[in-house]
Ligand binder design. Structure first.
Ligand SMILES: [Mg+2]
Length: 389
C-alpha cells in the first residue's frame, strides 16, 4: 500500500457513505513515467493532516504519472470542502514538484483558483454515494495514457453480456439488468447524457459505446433490481477544458461488486482482452490496455495504456487494506499477450488506425501542419506537369 491512514470509526453509523476519488497528473520523474516519492508523500501527508475533520479514511496511490486520492466521508457527492481538500493537496504537491524540477509539474491544474468543484478544472473525479451494506466490497480502477472511453467495453461486458457475466442468468436480481447512463462528451453545446436499459436497449447501448473517442462514454451504471448505483466513471475531457492537448484524461472509476452487482471476477474478466484504446504516445495512438499491478509506472512508447485495480471492503467508512486486482499470476500471461499486441500495431507506425482519428488529433500540433500544407495544394491540371522526363 502506498499510503493509507485510518481515522476512528463512527459509532452507530447511519449516514450515507460517499466514496470520492480525485486524481491528477502534477509532475513526474523521467518524463511522463511516475510521480516522485517526495511528491506522493507530500500529497498523502497533506490529506492526512488536513483531512482529519472532513474524511473518514483515505488511500493515496499512483498509476503511471497520475496520483489518485481515494476518500471516504459522509458529505455527499460534489462537496466543496472535499474537492477543495484534494485541490489544495494537488496544488501543494505541484509546488513540491516544481521545486524538484519534475516534468509537467502542475500539468493537470488548469485553473488558477478553486471555484467550488474540481470538475472542469483539470483533475478527474468519480464519486459514489450509498447506504453501506453489511459487507461492502468495491473496486477502484485507475488508468493512465488513455481516456474515459477505455472503460466502455469492460463495463458493457461486465453489466450486459452473459458471455462474460453468468450472474445475468444465474442471479434473479442481477437478471433484471442494469441502467447505463451514457455521456456525449464532445457535443458542441456541452456534455449531455442518455439513460438506456440493458437488456432491452442492448443494441442502442452498443451503437453508442462502439465509438469511445468521439462521442460517448459510460458515466454511470445502476442496478435495476435495487435502484442502487454500481459504477461511477470520471468523464472529463481535458482538451474540452483547455482547448488544446494538455495530456490524456487518464480516467478513474469506482465499481461496487457482489450481491445486486456483478461479482469481482466478472468485473475484472474483460481486462484479459487487452482491447485497443485511445492514448499512449502523445495521447495520439490506438494501443492495447494493459492491466498492471498497483503503483506501476510507464515505459514502452510512453505506454502502453495501463489500468490498475485496488479492491477494498469499507465498513463504517473505514477502508480495509487494498487487494491488488491484477497482481495474481493469471495476469502475467495477459500482460505478455498485451505486450505482443502493442508491438504488433507499433510496426504500423503512424499509418491509418495505428493513430487516432483527426477528431482527436485536432487538439495537437498536426492541425497547424495540415493547415500550412493546405495552402500549398493546387488543382490538378489536365496534363501531368511533374512527370519525370
Ligand atoms: Mg497520466
Amino acid at each position: 500500500m502506498e499510503c493509507s491512514l485510518h481515522f476512528g470509526q463512527v459509532e452507530g453509523w447511519a449516514m450515507k457513505l460517499t466514496l470520492s476519488v480525485i486524481k491528477a497528473d502534477i509532475g513526474s520523474v523521467g518524463g511522463h513515467v511516475s510521480p516522485s516519492k517526495h511528491l506522493r508523500e507530500t500529497v498523502a501527508s497533506y490529506i492526512a493532516e488536513q483531512g482529519t475533520r472532513l474524511i473518514l479514511d483515505h488511500y493515496v496511490s499512483y498509476t503511471g504519472d497520475d496520483i489518485a486520492i481515494l476518500m471516504t466521508h459522509s458529505r455527499g457527492e460534489g462537496d466543496e470542502q472535499i474537492h477543495r481538500l484534494a485541490w489544495d493537496a494537488f496544488r501543494i504537491g505541484a509546488e513540491a514538484a516544481r521545486q524538484e524540477g519534475l516534468y509537467g509539474a502542475g500539468q493537470d491544474l488548469l485553473k488558477d483558483s478553486f471555484s467550488g468543484n474540481v470538475k472542469g478544472m483539470g483533475p478527474a473525479v468519480a464519486e459514489l454515494e450509498f447506504d453501506e451494506r453489511p459487507n461492502e466490497p468495491f473496486l477502484f480502477f485507475a488508468a493512465d495514457k488513455t481516456d474515459p472511453g477505455a472503460y466502455n467495453l469492460p463495463l458493457y461486458l461486465a453489466f450486459a453480456d452473459v458471455m462474460n457475466t453468468p450472474g445475468l442468468i444465474l442471479s434473479p436480481r442481477i437478471s433484471r439488468g442494469f441502467r447505463f447512463v451514457i455521456m456525449d462528451v464532445n457535443h458542441t453545446t456541452g456534455d449531455r447524457v442518455i439513460e438506456l436499459d440493458a437488456p432491452e436497449d442492448l443494441y442502442d447501448i452498443a451503437a453508442l459505446l462502439r465509438d469511445p473517442e468521439r462521442y460517448v462514454v459510460v458515466e454511470s451504471v445502476w442496478s435495476r433490481a435495487g435502484g442502487e448505483q454500481a459504477v461511477a466513471v470520471a468523464t472529463s475531457r481535458l482538451h474540452n477544458i483547455a482547448g488544446k492537448y494538455t495530456g490524456k484524461d487518464d480516467p478513474v472509476m469506482l465499481v461496487r461488486v457482489q450481491m445486486d452487482f456483478p461479482a469481482t471476477g466478472e468485473v475484472l474478466a474483460p481486462y484479459a482482452i487487452g482491447h485497443f484504446v485511445g492514448g499512449c504516445m502523445r495521447g495520439s495512438h490506438q494501443m492495447p490496455l494493459m492491466p498492471v499491478t498497483l503503483n506501476t509506472g510507464i515505459s514502452y512508447f510512453d505506454g502502453p495504456p495501463i489500468v490498475s485495480c485496488a479492491g477494498f471492503c469499507v465498513h463504517n467508512g473505514k477502508l480495509t487494506e487494498p487487494i491488488d486486482g491484477f497482481a495474481q499470476p493469471f495476469w502475467d500471461t495477459v500482460r505478455g499477450h498485451v505486450a505482443n499486441k502493442a508491438m504488433e500495431i507499433r510496426r504500423q507506425g503512424f499509418i491509418g488506425t495505428a493513430m487516432l482519428p483527426m477528431s482527436e488529433l485536432e487538439y495537437t500540433g498536426i492541425a497547424q501542419k495540415l493547415s500550412s500544407l493546405d495552402e500549398k495544394f493546387h488543382m490538378r491540371v489536365t496534363e501531368k506537369v511533374h512527370a519525370i522526363n
